[in-house]
Design a protein around this ligand. Structure first.
Ligand code: FES
Length: 119
């Protein structure tokens, strides 16, 4: 799509939040801008210190990101501390909306989160 925005759909247990995100914004930016009721999400404000922004991407989304923007050491270390870690897990503060994303970008936010700074 040539549009500069995408719908980001956050699935959290049986709850679903749809929010408009702009190309270049991170998933954390979208949660903050729309004040989505995802308790504890993004506790360190994107400074790669907490892992509360853990999201599970769809397979294609993960593979796209893994080519363009693979997780670095710090992100991988934090993910190790995230509950419900999955093969397609990433940190939402590190994932930006790109032009390659489809109209609707769906991610799962686990219902349990943990702040790596408290463990
Ligand atoms: Fe803390 Fe992403 S918001 S690591």
């Amino acid at each position: 799509s040539a549009s500069e925005t995408r719908t980001v759909r956050f699935l959290n247990g049986d709850r679903k939040f749809d929010a408009n995100g702009k190309i270049g914004q991170t998933l954390l930016d979208v949660v903050v801008e729309h004040d989505l009721a995802l308790d504890g999400f993004g506790a360190c404000e994107g400074t790669l210190a907490c892992c509360t922004c853990h999201v599970i991407l769809g397979k294609e989304h993960f593979e796209r990101e893994d080519k363009l923007n693979p997780a670095g050491e710090e992100e991988l270390d934090l993910l190790d501390m995230a509950p419900e870690l999955n093969d397609y897990s990433r940190l939402g503060c590190q994932i930006k909306i790109t032009k390659k994303d489809p109209e609707v970008v769906e991610v799962v936010v686990p219902t349990i989160n943990r702040d790596a700074r408290n463990s």
